[in-house]
Design a protein around this ligand. Structure first.
Ligand code: UD1
Ligand code: MG
Length: 445
């Protein structure tokens, strides 16, 4: 048997009551990606042959998240949320005929690593053939976690939920992570035997341990790392998990050759791509879909999402790059500049106080302070194309749609409404008048 005979059942039907949320719990994000996607990524890496996801009714969002990660995942609907055992039972059909291992994972345990899953599968498939292997962890703060209760012989006897536990059991610090590797045939039978005679009147999956022991089978425990097995039930848990993910991403960035002057103040997304010799100053936020090429500098307080930054570009301080932005090599986007869905070619400069939206800025063009591309007429959006080596004077309004040729000069303070030919000067400024001795005639005293 190998991981290729392994089925994963991921529970994602929970409502997230403790999160105080309208959206499914597992859709809440860590480093810009749904918790469930983090879990599914680990599943994918463990080369599992079939993935079943248990969702609630009307959970299209959870289905969409799943399909983005594992396109051939199967969905099973748990109509009523009657507990984790009931949820796995909803996916019982996925086990039919299998005599391999079933990995059961909770969608709210997002920090799980694929190597841990592999370790669990290996233990389950050991020749001692345990009915199931539970992934546990030691913690100083066992709180609401289920406790792994061992007998005198040191073998796992049962899992007790915190709310059902007596004082001795509550003192146990070895907790249930909610990840299990189970013998598929045993699980198929056990699911029908789980009862709901507990304080929550729920079908607890954790009861399968006692069912295994009763049928004369062994259960094993693999002890994992507490930080990796954090279960997210509240917004506070979500913030704790985010801190772990961010820490890992910062370490990864620095290991791959990026300088972070103040790592704790830089926030990455799960998919941020970084080259080498990049410097990232304090207080920078990367949303999803950003890549930064070698030797770029991201100055303090910049907010960047959906943007491609090329070699040697300098961004910020206080720059905002929105989705669809491409910044060419050695180009500059300076302070209080917002760029959206625009292509800034190599060597172009937008150094101060501008909005550039739906535009193309040619090579070595200079956009003066306060220039705005007026891309929206209240109903539709229009494009502004600016050629190479153009000089746009300060405080220019570019009313799109516009095509501006190469080597054009635009006088400061202009409102440009028509296309401009290559090498022309365009200026719409009202001529300055000077009225001599005006002060003496018009102001008293
Ligand atoms: C569960 C475990 C507990 C463990 C903890 C680890 C049980 C009874 N308890 O408690 O031992 O220490 O996880 O984090 O299993 N879900 C459904 N349908 C349901 C109920 C839950 O799909 O009817 C899903 C949820 O979306 C969630 C997961 O199952 O992803 C776990 O449910 P949750 O209510 O968070 O269980 P815990 O109280 O955390
Ligand atoms: Mg939970």
């Amino acid at each position: 048997m190998s991981a290729s005979d392994t089925i994963a059942i991921v529970l994602a039907a929970g409502l997230g009551t403790r999160m105080g949320t309208e959206s499914p719990k597992v859709s809440h994000t860590l480093a810009g990606r749904a918790m469930l996607a983090h879990v599914l990524d680990a599943v994918k890496g463990a080369s599992i042959s079939k993935t079943a996801v248990v969702v609630g009714p009307n959970m299209q969002q959870v289905r969409d998240i799943t399909k983005m990660c594992i396109s051939d995942a199967e969905f099973f609907v748990q109509k009523e949320r009657l507990g984790t055992g009931h949820a796995v039972k909803a996916a019982k059909r996925s086990l039919s005929g299998s005599n391999g291992t079933v990995m059961i994972l909770y969608g709210d345990t997002p920090l799980l690593k694929q190597r841990t899953l592999k370790r669990l599968i290996k233990t389950r498939e050991h020749k001692s053939n345990p009915a199931l292997v539970v992934l546990g962890f030691e913690t100083d703060a066992p709180g609401d976690y289920g406790r792994l209760i061992k007998g005198r012989d040191g073998k796992l006897e049962k899992i007790v939920e915190a709310r059902e536990a007596n004082n001795d059991e509550l003192a146990v610090t070895l907790c249930n992570s909610g990840v299990y590797a189970v013998d598929a045939r045993f699980l198929s039978n056990a699911l029908d035997k789980i009862k709901n005679n507990n304080s929550k009147k729920e079908y607890y999956l954790t009861d399968i341990v006692e069912l295994a022991i009763k049928s004369g089978r062994n259960c094993s425990v693999v002890v994992g790392d507490e930080a990796e097995l954090l279960g997210v039930n509240t917004r506070h848990d979500l913030a704790l998990a985010e801190a772990v993910v961010q820490h890992d991403l910062r370490v990864k960035a620095m290991t791959s050759g990026c300088t972070l002057i103040d790592p704790a103040s830089v926030y990455f997304s799960w998919d941020t791509k970084l080259g080498r010799d990049i410097v990232i100053e304090p207080n920078v936020f990367f949303g999803p879909g950003v890549s930064v090429a070698d030797s770029a500098i991201i100055k303090a307080f910049s907010h960047i999402e959906g943007a491609k930054i090329s070699e040697g570009a300098i961004i910020g301080p206080f720059a905002r790059l929105r989705p669809g932005t491409k910044v060419g090599a050695e180009a500059r986007v300076g302070n209080f500049v917002e760029v959206k869905n625009s292509n800034i070619a190599m060597g172009a400069k937008i150094s101060h106080l501008s909005y550039i939206g739906d535009a193309r800025i040619g090579k070595d063009t200079n956009i003066g302070a306060g220039t705005i591309t007026c891309n929206f007429d209240g109903k539709n959006k229009y494009r502004t194309n600016i050629g190479e080596e153009v000089f746009v004077g300060s405080n220019t309004a570019l009313i799109a749609p516009l095509n501006i040729g190469h080597k054009v000069t635009i006088g400061a303070g202009s409102v440009i409404t028509q296309n401009i030919k290559t090498k022309s000067l365009a200026i719409t400024r009202v001529k300055q008048r000077e009225i001599k001795n005006w002060t003496a005639k018009n102001k008293k005293g």
